[in-house]
Design a protein. Structure first.
Length: 628
C-alpha cells in the first residue's frame, strides 16, 4: 500500500490516464490534516496483492484482500485485465473507491445456475463508496425474489444495502440476471442519497433498482433521495429503471428519487415508479422491442404521490406512453405492473413527447394510449392529476385517456396538449363523477373516433379547444349536467358519414349546460351534419346556448329529438340562419328561429318570415307588420 499522489499520479499521467489521475487528485485534495496540509489517501493496486487478471485465474481472494487493505478509507485500482471472481466481494468500510480504466478493467463472474446467481459487489450500511470505470460481467443467472429481506442469489452487479452518499458512475454492466430471473445491474436497497450516473447497462434482468427491500431486515432503514442520472440502458428483460417501495407499504419518507436524462431503448418495460416525491425528467425511452414483434408494457408507469413527469421523449410503447395507475388494494399484482395498493395523487405530466413510428403494428389493442390515467383501486384515490403541454403523435388507441370506469377520478386538468392522428378519440374522459374535470386549450387533429369525448363528468369545463378532421363528433359531452362547453373551435369533423356527426354534440342527460362562444363548421368539406346538436334525454332538460358561430354544415345548426319533447333555452344565438328573400322558403332544411327578411316589403305587409317548426322546409309565419 502507498500514498496516493507520491507514487500513482505521475505514473498514471505518463501512461495516458489523465482522467484517472484527476480522480486520484480529487480524492487527495478532499482530505486535509488539522494543520491544513494534504492528507494523502491510502491506495492499492489489485495486481500488487496477487490478482492476475487473465480471465482464468480465480482472483476473488486477491480482490477482497486489496479492498480490505483500505478498509478505513482509500482507493483500489484495477488496471486493464479480466478479473475472475466466483463469489461475492464486499466493501468493508466507508469512503472506499474502486476505480478502473473503463471496459478494459473487467470483473467477470461465470458462477451461477437457474434462479441462483452471485452478487458481484456488495456494501452494507456504508457511506462514501465510489465505484468508477469498471466493467461488471455476471453469469446471467439470479433469484428474482429470494426470502423477504434476503439478497442471496440475486445475481446483481452492485448492491448498496442501507448505504448513504455513495455513487456508481461511468461503469459497464452485462448479464446481471437474465430473462425471467435476477434483479438488477445496480441495486440501491433502503439507501439514501446514492447515485448511479453515466453507466451503460445491457442484457440484464433489470437495469437500476431503488427500493425498500432491506426494510424487511431493519424497519428503520428507508430509501430516500437517490439519483439515477444519464445512464444508457438497453435490451433488458424487465425494467431498465424501477423505483419501488416494496408494494403495499405506506409512503412515509420512502422515496424522493431523481430519474433524469437517461437513454433507454429496446427494453420490454420503461421506467416504473411506486413511491412519492419522484422527479422523472428528460429521459429518452425508445421501446423498439415492441416494433420488432416483442410484447412490452408502458414507457413510464407511476403510482404514488407528488410525482413530476416532464420533458421525456417516449417512442413506440407497446401499451401506454405514460401510465398513472392506482393499483389494486392489498398489494394484488396486475399483469405487467408493479405490486401497489397505493393512491395516485398530485401528479404532473408536462411537456413530454410521445410518438409511434409509421408502420408500427397495433400493439396492445386496449392499452396503446399516449397518456392513460386509471383508478383500479377500490380504496385509494386518483386525484389532482395535471396533464399539460404534451405532444402525442399516432397513438394506436386514445391520445389521452382518463379512465374512471372502475373507480372515480378527481381534480383532473388536461390543458394545452397536442394530439395528432390517434387510432381512437383524441382525448377521452369517462367515468369521472366528482365534479372536477377541466379540458382546456388542447389541439386534436385527425382522429378515428371523436376529437374530445367526455362522459359522466358533471360540472366539467371544456374550453378553448380545437378539434378538427375527426371521423365522428368533434366534441361530445354525455351524462355531464351543468357543464360548460365554451369558446371551442371544431371543424371538418364527421368524415365517417356525411351529415351524421356534428361539430359539438351534447347528449344523454347533460342538462343545464352552458354552450357559449363556440365556432363550428367546415372549411373544405361538407361532412359535418350540425354545428351544435343537443339531445337531452331527460324530459325538460334545458341548456343555455348563446353567441356561437358557424360556417358551412350539411344539415343546419341544431338537432332536436322530438321523441323526448325536450325544451331548449336559446338566447341570442348567432348561429341561427338569417336570410334575405322575397318569399318564405319552400325547400331546404330549417331550424326553429331561422329568419328570412323580406326583400320586397310593402306598406301594410310584413318585414319577413320566421320558422316556428323545424323541418324541410318547416313551418313559417310572418312577423313585423308594416304600417299602411
Amino acid at each position: 500500500m502507498a500514498d496516493l499522489r507520491i507514487q500513482v499520479t505521475e505514473f498514471m499521467v505518463g501512461a495516458g490516464h489523465a482522467t484517472l489521475a484527476d480522480t486520484l487528485n480529487r480524492l487527495s485534495l478532499a482530505e486535509h490534516n488539522t494543520d491544513g496540509t494534504h492528507k494523502y489517501i491510502p491506495w492499492t493496486n489489485v495486481k500488487t496483492l496477487g490478482a492476475i487478471g487473465d480471465g482464468a485465474t480465480n482472483d476473488t481472494t486477491a480482490i477482497q484482500n486489496a479492498i480490505n487493505a483500505v478498509a478505513t478509507g482509500g482507493l483500489v485500482f484495477f488496471p486493464a485485465g479480466t478479473y475472475l471472481i466466483t463469489s461475492e466481494v464486499t466493501i468493508p468500510g466507508n469512503n472506499i473507491t474502486l476505480i478502473g480504466v473503463g471496459k478494459s478493467s473487467k470483473i467477470l463472474c461465470n458462477t451461477g445456475s437457474t434462479d441462483n446467481g452471485v452478487n458481484m459487489l456488495t456494501a452494507l450500511s456504508k457511506s462514501g463508496i465510489v465505484i468508477e470505470k469498471l466493467y461488471f460481467q455476471n453469469s446471467g443467472y439470479g433469484d428474482t425474489f429470494p426470502t423477504v429481506g434476503s439478497y442471496v442469489g440475486m445475481g446483481c452487479g452492485i448492491i448498496f444495502k442501507n448505504c448513504t452518499d455513495s455513487i456508481v458512475r461511468d461503469s459497464y454492466f452485462y448479464k446481471c440476471g437474465g430473462s425471467g430471473q435476477g434483479v438488477a445491474a445496480i441495486y440501491f436497497s433502503s439507501s439514501k442519497r446514492c447515485t448511479a450516473q453515466g453507466n451503460i447497462i445491457t442484457e440484464c434482468a433489470n437495469g437500476i433498482n431503488s427500493d425498500g427491500w432491506y426494510r424487511n431486515v431493519d424497519s428503520t432503514a428507508r430509501s430516500t433521495c437517490n439519483n439515477i442520472i444519464g445512464n444508457t440502458i438497453y435490451t433488458t428483460y424487465g425494467q431498465p429503471i424501477v423505483v419501488d417501495i416494496n408494494g403495499g407499504d405506506t409512503f412515509g419518507e420512502e422515496v424522493g428519487d431523481n430519474i433524469v436524462g437517461n437513454i433507454l431503448y429496446n427494453n420490454k418495460y420503461g421506467i416504473g415508479v411506486v413511491g412519492q416525491k419522484v422527479n422523472i425528467t428528460g429521459n429518452h425511452i425508445d421501446m423498439n422491442k415492441y416494433s420488432s414483434g416483442g410484447v412490452g408494457w408502458d414507457g413510464i408507469y407511476v403510482t404514488g404521490n407528488f410525482i413530476n413527469i416532464s420533458n421525456n421523449i417516449i417512442t413506440n410503447a407497446y401499451r401506454s406512453g405514460i401510465m398513472i395507475y392506482a393499483n389494486d388494494a392489498g398489494g394484488t399484482a396486475v399483469a405487467g405492473y408493479p405490486v401497489g395498493g397505493l393512491a395516485a395523487r398530485d401528479i404532473v405530466v408536462t411537456s413530454n413527447i410521445i410518438k409511434w413510428d409509421t408502420g408500427i403494428g397495433s400493439g396492445d389493442a386496449g392499452g396503446s394510449q399516449g397518456i392513460r390515467v386509471k383508478n383500479g383501486n377500490t380504496t385509494s384515490a386518483v386525484a389532482r392529476i395535471t396533464i399539460a403541454d404534451n405532444q402525442i403523435y399516432q397513438p394506436r388507441n386514445y391520445g389521452i385517456l382518463l379512465d374512471g370506469t372502475t373507480q372515480t377520478l378527481g381534480d383532473c386538468i388536461v390543458k394545452n396538449n397536442r394530439v395528432y392522428t390517434s387510432g381512437n378519440s383524441g382525448i377521452r374522459a369517462g367515468g369521472i363523477y366528482d365534479n372536477s374535470l377541466n379540458i382546456e386549450g388542447n389541439h386534436v387533429l385527425v382522429c378515428t373516433n371523436y376529437g374530445i369525448e367526455v362522459s359522466s363528468a358533471p360540472k366539467c369545463r371544456v374550453l378553448n379547444n380545437m378539434a378538427a378532421a375527426c371521423t365522428k363528433h368533434g366534441i361530445i359531452v354525455d351524462q355531464s349536467s351543468r357543464s360548460q362547453i365554451a369558446f371551442n373551435t371544431v371543424r371538418d369533423n364527421g368524415t365517417l358519414a356525411a351529415g351524421t356527426y356534428s361539430g359539438i354534440y351534447v347528449s344523454g342527460g347533460s342538462t343545464l349546460c352552458t354552450i357559449i362562444g363556440n365556432h363550428s363548421g367546415n372549411l373544405t368539406t361538407s361532412n359535418q351534419g350540425y354545428g351544435i346538436a343537443i339531445e337531452d334525454v331527460t324530459s325538460g332538460g334545458r341548456c343555455l346556448v348563446i353567441a356561437n358561430t358557424y360556417t358551412t354544415n350539411v344539415t343546419g345548426n341544431f338537432y332536436e329529438n322530438v321523441l323526448y319533447g325536450n325544451t331548449r333555452f336559446l338566447e341570442g344565438e348567432a348561429g341561427q340562419q338569417v336570410k334575405y328573400a322575397s318569399a318564405a322558403p319552400t325547400s331546404g332544411t330549417w331550424s326553429v328561429g331561422d329568419i328570412v327578411h323580406n326583400t320586397v316589403p310593402t306598406a301594410g305587409g310584413f318585414a319577413g318570415w320566421i320558422c316556428v317548426t323545424a323541418g324541410a322546409p318547416g313551418t313559417w309565419k310572418t312577423f313585423g307588420a308594416i304600417s299602411a
